[in-house]
Design a binder for this molecule. Structure first.
Ligand SMILES: *Cc1c(COP(=O)(O)O)cnc(C)c1O
Length: 403
């Protein structure tokens, strides 16, 4: 790696090196370009930033704590382990940082209706929540299969006043829900903003979502210097589309002493269709507007994916991560379903914190490396969400395995 400062901002056309871009039908180009312009203006506008800061503080509950995990530190044999408590955000995960930012932008653009896709339902709940708060009409697209698996979140969204539309195409999961949301957006763009839920999709989404999530890393930087008197030596986060991880990593990109580790879902193992580890089994392709690492077959057909955690179960990864991987700036690893579920229990029993199953992947890797961390290591793990939403699924999973 060279000593030159890394610039990981996308170019005018939305490329992070060779990745990213705007691979969309003609009809979506104008809305995306308009959105990009509106976002560029908003981010430079003091009153927009102040408004965002106020809502993040009073509605979301920021800053979230940086918690010193004493028992984890002893067990792992390093200098210190800190957990960035995104699980304490309103609605229970980091997703609301982005939903709130985009809802404010939508209001600024005069849009009175917001739509979103959701897999596990976390992004849908976060979006329904901010839409209710701002008095906006809200439609959430969700695969029919996911609606069955995540009935509780469907109930939450409906209680918040959102319309939840079942998507019955294909695998009936996240990928199809995104396609359906895009279709709605094309048709209703005059009144509607599409709140995409991760650092994915066509430009300007990957950059915009990263910026809204970077509050995680900005706070962590201030907090760790205050409590530990130094920067972390290692950052860890799970990687679905890549928003909580890039939010933590981005403010440290040019601190060469800070190692960064992204943890993908190894599912049932690295056989075709049984995992979601894009950097272990994927190659460069195009999915839903962006060029990036994708799980696909020889003909470019998207492969099935599997993970015990719905939030990591997607065939593509955000384009900025593909660049960071090529640059060697971030290390990407994967852990499997069994390891993740074990880590779910372990963090509960060691620290009294049940993590989301997505987050449990990062926890699992941290535990797996016990004994290999250095004595001087100061680890920060992004606790992206809480595990309440997953207890039923973990129970069912354990029952199935015990048979
Ligand atoms: C959605 C979700 C993820 C995965 O999405 P990213 O965009 O990769 O952050 C991780 N953790 C939690 C708790 C989630 O809800």
């Amino acid at each position: 790696m060279s000593k030159r400062r890394l610039n990981t901002n996308p170019d005018r056309n939305g490329y992070f090196g060779p990745y990213g871009g705007m691979y969309v039908p003609e009809t979506l180009m104008t809305p995306l370009l308009d959105l990009g312009r509106a976002y560029q203006q908003a981010r430079k506008d003091r009153s927009f930033r102040e408004e965002l800061r106020n809502y993040l503080r009073d509605f979301v509950g920021r800053p979230t704590p940086l918690y010193y995990a004493e028992r984890m530190t002893k067990e792992l044999g390093c200098k210190a382990v800190y957990l960035k408590r995104e699980d304490l955000c309103h609605t229970g995960a980091h997703k609301i940082n982005n939903s709130l930012g985009q809802a404010l932008l939508a209001r600024r653009m005069g849009k009175k209706r917001v739509i979103a896709e959701t897999g596990a339902g976390q992004h849908g709940v976060a979006t329904a929540t901010v839409a209710a708060m701002f008095g906006m009409e809200c439609v959430i697209y969700m695969g029919a299969t996911d609606m069955e698996r995540q009935a509780l979140n469907v109930f939450r969204m409906r209680s918040l006043g959102a319309e939840v539309v079942a998507v019955t195409a294909g695998q009936k999961t996240l990928k199809e829900a995104i396609s359906e949301a895009m279709r709605d957006w094309v048709t209703n763009v005059r009144t509607t903003h599409y709140i995409l839920g991760s650092a994915l999709g066509a430009h300007p989404y990957p950059r915009m979502v990263r910026d809204f999530q970077s509050i995680i890393g900005q706070e962590t930087r201030r907090q760790i210097q205050r409590v530990a008197g130094q920067l972390p030596t290692v950052l860890l986060a799970c990687v679905g589309g890549g928003s909580n991880s890039i939010g933590l990593f981005h403010p440290f990109i040019n601190d060469r002493g800070v190692r960064m580790i992204g943890v993908e879902a190894g599912g049932l193992g690295l056989r075709k269709g049984q995992h979601a580890a894009r950097f272990a089994g994927g190659n460069v392709g195009i999915l839903q507007g962006t060029k990036t690492f994708v799980l696909q077959d020889r003909h470019g057909q998207i492969q099935l994916t599997h993970s015990v955690s719905a939030g990591l179960d997607y065939a593509a990864i955000g384009p900025e991560h593909s660049l960071l991987r090529d640059l060697g700036r971030v290390e990407y690893v994967h852990v499997n379903d069994v390891e993740a579920v074990e880590a779910f229990d372990t963090l509960g029993q060691w620290e009294g914190l049940l993590p989301a199953l997505e987050t449990a992947h990062a926890v699992a890797y941290m535990i797996k490396m016990a004994g290999r961390w250095e004595k001087r290591d100061v680890l920060v793990l992004n606790l992206s969400g809480r595990g309440d939403k997953d207890v039923q699924q973990v129970a069912a999973w354990k029952k199935e395995r015990a048979r």
